[in-house]
Structure formats: C-alpha cells, structure tokens
Design a protein around this ligand. Sequence first.
Ligand SMILES: NC(=O)c1ccc[n+]([C@@H]2O[C@H](COP(=O)([O-])OP(=O)(O)OC[C@H]3O[C@@H](n4cnc5c(N)ncnc54)[C@H](O)[C@@H]3O)[C@@H](O)[C@H]2O)c1
Length: 383
Amino acid sequence: MTVRIAIVGCGNISRRHAEAYANTGRTELVGVADIVEAKAQELAGKYGGTPYASVTELLAAEDPDLVSVTTPPGSHAEIAIEILAAGKSVLLEKPPVLSLAEMDAVAEAERVSAGSVWVIFQHRHGSGALRAADLLGRGALGRPLVAVCETLWFRPLSYFDPDWRGTWVGEGGGPTLGHGIHQIDLLLHLLGPWRTINATAVRLGRPVEFEDVSMASVIFESDAVGTVINSLLSPRELSRIRIDTSGGTLEVNHVYGYSDGDWTFHPAPDAAKAAALGIDPGVRKTAIESSVADDPWTASAGDDVPSNHEAQISRLIDDLQAGRSHETTLAGTRPTMEFVTALYASAITGRPVHRTDLTPDHPFYQALHGNTPKTELSESFRT
Ligand SMILES: NC(=O)c1ccc[n+]([C@@H]2O[C@H](COP(=O)([O-])OP(=O)(O)OC[C@H]3O[C@@H](n4cnc5c(N)ncnc54)[C@H](O)[C@@H]3O)[C@@H](O)[C@H]2O)c1
C-alpha cells in the first residue's frame, strides 16, 4: 500500500521529511500546511500535495495516514492532539513536547485515537546505533560502567532571530532540550533507565530566557555513571558518546549525523589471552587488541546506514507497511523528557533529582522552568 503523508509546518526541517518520504518511493504527499501560506505553497510546489493555511483545513480536506509535525516545539502538543482526534497518526519532530504534562496529554489523546504517535530521533536509527543497542542489550560488550555524552555545538546570535527561538513559550528550553536531546536520547536508549541527576545550567553568551550551557552527572539504574554536557557556545562542534564497559570502550564521534566509520570499539585487554601470549595486559594493550579483531563490535559490521531523517523515515514506512509498531514511540521517548525535566529541575533548584520524584505534582512536571519566579531563574542561570 502507498502511505498517504501530510506535513504541518513548512520551514527548514520539513524539506528533510519531504525528501525522505519521496526517497522511499512508497508514499504520496497529499497535503502540506503552514500558517504562512507562501511557505506551504513553496513546499507543495517542490514536493507535491495541496497547500493549506492550517492543520484544521488540511484535515478537513485530506485523508492522510500519517502527518509529520515540523512546527516550532511550542505548538507540537496542540497540533498532535488535533491530528489524533481526527484518527490519524503523527510523526513529531524533536523535542516532541515541552513538558511531561504535555507528553501525558498527547499520550491520552493517542490512547483514545485510531492513530499512533512516533517521534523523530534519527540517531537511534543509523546502523551504528542499531548495532550498539543490540550488542549492549544482550551484554555482548560487557557491563556498562562509565559514560560521557557531549553536544558541543555553536549557534551564532542570528540563530535566535526567529521570534519563537530563545523563549520558554516557543522553543521551550536551551541546548538541553533543543540540541543535546539527540545525544541524551541515544545515551538513554543504549544504557537504559537513569536514577539520579545533579546538574548546573548557565547563560554565558546568548540572548535567551534559559541556559546556553548545561552539565549533568547521572547515575543509572544499572549503577553505571556518566556526565552530560550541552553547549551552544563551542566553535569546533562535536557530538560524542563514549561508553566504557567491562569489555571495552565504545565511542561515536560526529556532529549532526554519523556513519559506521564514526564508531570505534577498543576491546579491554583480555587477561586470559594476554597470559597465553605472554604479554602484560596493562602495558601491551595494542598487541592484545590486534589479536582480538574478532571482537563483537567488528564482527557485527553490516550495511552502513548513516543516522539521518531518511534512516528513520524509511524504517517507519517499512514498519507501517508491515503492520508493526515503529520503535521510537511517544512512550519510548518519555525517559528522555524525564531526563531533560530532571536536568532543569536540578539546575534551577540546586538539588539532585531522582527519576521517581517526577510525579504529576512535582513542580517541574507542568513546565521545564518549574514556574520559578524570574528573579530566581536568573540567579540559577547565574546572570
Ligand atoms: N531532527 C533534527 O535534526 C531537527 C533539526 C532541526 C530542527 N528540528 C525540529 O524541527 C522543528 C521545526 O524546526 P525548523 O528549524 O524547521 O523551524 P522553522 O521556523 O524553519 O519552520 C517552522 C515552520 O512552522 C510554521 N508554523 C508555526 N506554527 C504553525 C502552526 N501552528 N501550524 C502550521 N505551521 C506553523 C512556521 O511558519 C514555519 O514555516 C522544531 O521542533 C525543531 O526542533 C529537528
């Protein structure tokens, strides 16, 4: 069956969605909507479909199977709920929503709808992450012990020109929510549930209502520990996840998307193998590593699928056509929103936050700023 697609929000990222759908060769773009009609007309002119001035008009006239929501984050929840109420499925851009309260409202709308909600986190869907999730999930790389998760990006002042950027209402948060969330989501996807976060967030150089740098230390349910840093002030940009396990070090270094070549695995010196070779495992690591080229990471290599919109959207269309659910469900991304919420709560209150603290009566459940008075917020971000 051909999957009928619509796109709401015809700005920058909508083109990636339109191209990724078109490249599957198994979809038809039936309609696109933007409150700026010229943008809807431009997208429709390039990729097809009828242009509309709102999601409401689009849903009244078309019968899509799936609607990509590529509007600014502050509008995601309301638009997703309207699409679900029409019985259609939704592919939400990241960040899916601005709070746990919004996430639960969308989840409730999904529960009573014929449609489903999936979220774009494209870095879960490249072949490197698929291999890493599989091997870590079945313990083939050993027990995770220490993690480092870095999103060191650069956004000039002009990035904040659109009026929705830099505001709690439109953008919802700084690099923690808007940028580092990609790496955070992948880290949690690979390492499983976290238990406690201690965080700091500061505003050092951009005209925003929230942080432009944040840092956290995290303890996982497995007892593994990690650090996370998110910055928009780092001219040599880098996205990195490094996981030290009892079996070795798995690492991915990239900026906005990785290929298999961006992943490395350094096996831990193997004491038994070292003894057989008469090598001291503490000193002659390289000799031992070269003797274990059959390590599970190297052995798992297959087709190289880079982590981009095309990787996730082609898997989503495969899943829809096969009648399966797609892996990145709304519920499956709740741990990521919980992590982001806890990071803000810890940074703003100066106290550790446990995942179990985040019940609906928690002050940060409704909003990532916890409805903290402005003067106190400024103090937390040290400005
Ligand atoms: N996955 C990624 O790698 C990635 C990269 C960049 C942006 N994004 C996400 O994509 C989303 C959009 O970002 P962008 O850079 O394309 O923004 P953008 O400002 O370029 O485009 C947003 C568009 O939505 C339209 N819009 C706003 N409110 C609307 C509404 N209620 N109904 C219909 N249209 C509406 C605007 O007119 C605009 O054309 C954000 O959530 C952002 O975080 C994801």
